[in-house]
Write a protein that binds this ligand. Structure first.
Ligand code: ATP
Length: 235
């Protein structure tokens, strides 16, 4: 479904991705793990068109999207749930959700999808007219997930969905993402918590200093000695 082939990205003159390749199959749950600054968010930004790779190629369902606009990429079915939530603080909860489907015109289905976000996250329904910036961190995370789903994506890119959440909210968020995947949406998720990321996924890629250094099934990666010592805190 998604093929990232040898991409290089830079900020100004500094190269941060040095030939990253990964792939995600239809219906899969794939995670991207690695230390701070390894280039995980940059990889997601390149896929969703927020950053243009200086080399390499990205294809989605056979179409080259390397230089496509973020709008075109969203239209094709890729939604990005960014790190740090990035909700629009002065807009209401409902307006934030509606922005998630600004390209859609199927009004009736959009209203049903809005209701299903409120069913899933009742607190968002209770606060639908409240400015998003006044929600708690966990509520903003729910809103960011709901907003990404409002475009009815085929593939969702989640960037650190557990960041800053209390442990019970972390679990709830992960369960929800697994459910979204079980219902047929393909997921590519960046996650700092390597253990959780490897336990949940079908396959994972390890990014180190802008390069993919290891890939495999989550269950195999969990038993890899390098992963265990460097990312799982085991000796
Ligand atoms: P983290 O887990 O800390 O979010 P990451 O793996 O997602 O890390 P990136 O955010 O992709 O890492 O950053 C990769 C490198 O690019 C880092 O060295 C970072 O400082 C640098 N970088 C990221 N964004 C910018 C930017 N807008 N301008 C300049 N450098 C940047």
């Amino acid at each position: 479904m998604l093929e990232v082939d040898n991409i290089e990205c830079r900020y100004g003159k500094i190269n941060v991705l040095h030939g990253v390749s990964l792939n995600v199959g239809q219906g899969e749950f794939v995670t991207l793990i690695g230390a701070n600054g390894a280039g995980k968010s940059t990889t997601l930004k390149a896929i969703s068109g927020l950053l243009s790779p200086v080399a390499g190629r990205i294809t989605f369902e056979g179409e080259d999207i390397t230089k496509a606009s973020p709008r075109r990429i969203l239209e094709m079915g890729i939604a990005h749930c960014p790190e740090g939530r990035r909700v629009f603080p002065y807009m209401t909860v409902q307006e934030n959700l509606e922005l998630g489907c600004y390209l859609r015109r199927d009004w009736k289905q959009m209203a049903r999808d809005l209701d299903s976000v409120f069913d899933r996250f009742p607190v968002l329904g209770e606060r639908r007219d409240q400015a998003a910036g006044t929600l708690s961190g966990g509520e903003q995370q729910m809103l960011a997930i709901g907003r990404a789903l409002m475009s009815r994506p085929k593939l969702v890119l989640f960037d650190e969905p557990s960041l800053g959440l209390a442990p019970n909210n972390v679990q709830k968020t992960f369960e929800y993402i697994m459910e979204i995947n079980r219902q047929g949406t393909t997921v590519l998720m960046v996650e700092q918590n390597a253990y959780a990321a490897l336990e949940m996924c079908d396959r994972s890629f390890l990014l180190e200093s802008g390069c993919v250094t290891l890939e495999g099934k989550g269950e195999d990666m969990i038993h890899n000695p390098h992963i265990q010592s460097a990312y799982l805190g085991m000796e």
